[in-house]
Design a protein around this ligand. Structure first.
Ligand code: ATP
Ligand code: MG
Length: 546
């Protein structure tokens, strides 16, 4: 972790120094209405990062105060995604467990003359709310007595009223310049079954009332959220103060949410893609969900590294998708073993070689300790068609007429002859190995500039490879609507021949297919049919000055 402090850490430092707080406690509060995405990773890294940095605590709290859109499937996925990212929460909590606390807080506000039951429709409330330039109009129910309010609120709880018939409003200030303070609705009637509390409640608290209570009740010291809640902070402070929670009261701090080019962060749109069958599921390797990114082969360390590098700020901006890819590539360059795969096979017969042997090929020249594997080698091989040219362009260092090339980990070969079919396209090469040119014991004296990958025809395996692109095409000509930008060709399925060693790979194992890109074994693989997802290409397109 670097020594530079972001603005959130500066606030925490000063709260610790002044004695306002003695232990730092944060929380990650997802609403279980979808899977976590890369944007959530940023919030996770901030909240759990603070826990680690200050030796504090971080709770995982499901913000499940809205019964209609939530589901246990999401709860389970969120837990496993957080663990996969490498974080462990202190308490696992559900906001719905606090419904009694919230109810009591509402009663307390009513008794203090700070909340009232209103019979206005949503429409009427909106109309009377005023604008940024005009104050609002007071509700005709604003001056109901405490007794009447208590009676009506209990009746709301007891199911006397249908949905929408009554709401509980905080009694703050209809002339406040902040519209959120103009008697906001804090409870509504909703006859809905909740995934946690079942049919116990038919009134549910609104987010702006529930969230501060959850934080205060749990002893959260710093409640970190995204910028769109900045204008809600006065209400947050009002709620914790007027509900008379003990000191230290939680402090809301806002930061800029993460946006990434060509990446959808709207749960609603992601859910639509899943529901319409446009993707394989929430964990489709093209999805920006954490489960999708995981299946795509992005290492959790690379995601944490990315969040650290982009930093925390108060200004909204868009990060290039290639920056995330570049963090992934940095990680894989150090950690992924190199193997050989041929996507467009061209048969090579080594005319002066008989029998077979095992050659030693290094796994990763960038790893801290060098390891090797044995790769079968024999008379007939496949190389990639692009590594041979009958009429080569200038500076072509691969196989060409009268040229030499080194087969990675094996021998230098010389091109002798190309066999063509009736159309004149090359179908087979005849080559000869250079005596005494074996890798590691080369005394041939021949210098070659090109090293290419190959697979042994007798033992290689055919595999399926998914080449992946963004689910969204670039926004051109002002078309920013996600529906119009859906990239229907974002998954291209091709085949490749790979070396036999990959048969022992497990799902989520990551490799560099030498000279091609990084690939991960997908869980759709069967023993006789491996499936790989493309993680990232080898070439970095990230331009830090853009
Ligand atoms: P929705 O409003 O559709 O429920 P959400 O993105 O707000 O979606 P939450 O489950 O409420 O989802 O988010 C949990 C936490 O993650 C919140 O604290 C939220 O601020 C944070 N978060 C969500 N999206 C991003 C993002 N793109 N960048 C940073 N933080 C995010
Ligand atoms: Mg939300």
């Amino acid at each position: 972790m670097n020594e530079f402090k972001n603005f959130i850490e500066e606030i925490i430092d000063s709260d610790l120094a002044s004695g306002k707080v003695s232990e730092v406690c944060t929380r990650f509060p997802p609403e279980p209405n979808g899977y976590l995405h890369i944007g959530h990773a940023k919030s996770l890294c901030i909240n759990f990062g603070i826990k680690a940095k200050y030796g504090g605590k971080c709770n995982l709290r499901f913000d499940d105060t809205n019964p209609s859109k939530e589901d246990v499937e999401y709860v389970e996925s969120i837990k496993s995604d957080i663990e996969w990212l490498g974080f462990s929460w202190d308490k696992l909590l559900f906001a719905s467990d606090y419904f009694d606390v919230m109810f009591d807080c509402a009663v307390r506000l009513i008794k203090k003359g700070l909340a009232y039951v209103s019979d206005e429709t949503a429409e009427e409330i909106r109309e009377r709310r005023g604008t940024l330039y005009e104050p609002g109009i007071e509700s005709p129910y604003r001056n109901r007595s405490v007794e009447e309010n208590l009676k009506l609120f209990y009746e709301m709880r007891d199911g006397v009223y249908p949905d929408g018939a009554k709401v509980l409003r905080a009694r703050i200030d209809m002339a406040s310049p902040n519209l959120n303070m103009r008697d906001p609705v804090i409870y509504r009637v909703l006859h809905a079954t909740h995934h946690n509390t079942g049919d116990k409640w038919c009134i549910y608290p609104m987010y702006d009332f529930a969230h501060p209570i959850e934080d205060a009740h749990e002893g959260i010291t710093h409640s970190i959220c995204t910028l769109e809640f900045e204008d809600h902070r006065p209400l947050y402070d009002w709620v914790v103060r007027e509900c008379e929670f003990p000191e230290p009261l939680p402090q809301q701090i806002e930061f800029a949410r993460l946006n990434i080019t060509n990446t959808i962060m709207s749960k609603r749109y992601l859910k639509k893609l899943v529901d319409e069958g446009k993707v394989l599921g929430w964990d489709d390797p093209r999805m920006p969900t954490l489960s999708g990114i995981r299946r795509r082969g992005y290492p959790p360390e690379a995601i944490r590294d990315f969040c650290e590098r982009i930093g925390v700020s108060k200004a909204n901006s868009e990060v290039q998708a290639s920056y995330l890819e570049s963090c992934v590539r940095d990680n894989l360059n150090r950690t992924a073993n190199r193997v050989m795969a041929v996507f467009d096979p061209l048969k090579v017969v080594l005319t002066n070689y008989e029998g077979s042997e095992l050659v030693q090929v290094e796994n990763n020249g960038n790893a801290e300790t060098l390891t090797f594997r044995q790769v079968p080698f024999s008379k007939i091989l496949y190389i990639d068609r692009s590594d041979f040219a009958l009429t080569p362009p200038p500076k072509y260092y691969r196989l060409k007429p009268d040229g030499y090339v080194r087969l990675k980990g094996a021998y230098i070969i010389h091109f002798d002859e190309a066999l063509t079919d009736s159309d004149g396209s090359v179908v087979e090469l005849h080559c000869s190995i250079v005596p005494n040119s074996k890798s590691g014991e080369d005394t041939s004296g021949i210098k070659v500039k090109g090293v290419i990958q190959w697979v042994d025809a007798a033992t290689c395996v055919d595999v399926t490879v998914r080449k992946l692109q963004s689910l969204l095409t670039d926004a051109v000509d002002g078309v920013i609507d996600f529906n119009e930008r859906f990239n229907a060709d974002s998954m291209q399925v091709v085949t490749a021949k790979v070396e036999r060693s990959l048969l022992s790979a497990k799902a989520e194992d990551r490799f560099q297919f030498m000279r091609v890109g990084y690939y991960v074994l997908d869980r759709d693989s069967k023993a006789d049919k491996l499936v790989f997802n493309e993680i990232v290409s080898l070439k970095d397109s990230f331009n830090p000055t853009k």
